[in-house]
Write a new protein. Structure first.
Length: 254
């Protein structure tokens, strides 16, 4: 089992889009993952076509009632295994924020429910460093950071990198990570400038593959479909296929 946390403290960078479509890309090459929705907005759950999920069927019941994670796995219409979210998850920060031991709860739950069996687990986080995102980062073997091709996102990745460095120093462990540029527009010089500046900052942690801005990626969540199901010949499908291939070659899912 390898746990990959997809995280950025800034919203609107394609975090959920990346988690959904990277999971679908892995399934297409016989590495079917388990996708975990750790955002109370449940965007990953909805993007994969799961509707009407009750709180007791979602990951909220893992935190609130100690329900085992393997009992919460649902099958999305595209065949992906998903642990869905629910609005009730928003209460976790308020209920457990003062409990320091809660930060390791997800890590323990994943290792209990899904022992070493080679299945990748992809976690989609909410865009803030609270109890839930800290759980996701501490559970991670590796972190994937989507960064959209704009100046504000570039500033955000500097802050996130500093936060991860601080955690590494405190916990005396490393969080191997990769950065992927999303919403890349080849017609804009700014996209290339952001990519180059990120390369200067993170070096070989920057993925070669960029995710091109395209309409199909924006439309597919509304249909409850991943990009390969919705528009298999689109630039988005091409890019996420290439990203999965690049990360696999780098041993990111081992």
């Amino acid at each position: 089992m390898s746990v990959i946390t997809v995280f950025n403290q800034k919203g609107g960078v394609g975090k959920t889009t990346t988690c959904v479509n990277l999971a679908a890309a892995l399934a297409r090459v016989q590495r079917p993952p388990i996708a975990v929705d750790l955002d109370s907005q449940a965007h990953l759950t909805l993007s994969l076509g799961l509707r009407g999920i009750g709180s007791d069927e979602s990951i909220a019941s893992f935190f609130n009632a100690d329900k085992p994670l393997d009992a919460l796995v649902k099958t999305a219409p595209n065949g992906l295994s998903v642990i869905p979210s629910h609005l009730e998850l928003a209460k976790v920060d308020a209920l457990f924020g003062a409990n320091k031991s809660i930060a390791g709860k997800l890590r323990g739950g994943l290792r209990t429910s899904f022992p070493a069996n080679g299945t990748p687990i992809l976690i989609d986080c909410c865009p803030m460093m609270g109890v839930l995102s800290l759980n996701a980062v501490l559970a991670a073997d590796r972190v994937l950071i989507p960064v959209s091709a704009d100046h504000l996102s570039l500033q955000g990745v500097h802050r996130l990198d500093a936060a991860l460095h601080a955690l590494e120093k405190s916990l005396q462990r490393t969080f191997p990570r990769k950065v992927v540029v999303t919403r890349f527009d080849s017609r804009r010089r700014l996209s290339y400038e952001i990519y180059d500046k990120l390369g200067e900052h993170v070096g070989d942690r920057l993925c070669r593959t960029c995710i091109t801005e395209n309409v199909s990626l924006a439309e597919s969540p509304g249909q409850g479909m991943d990009i390969f199901s919705y528009a298999p010949r689109s630039p988005g499908a091409r890019d996420y296929g290439l990203l999965a291939e690049e990360l696999q070659e780098a041993g990111f899912f081992d």
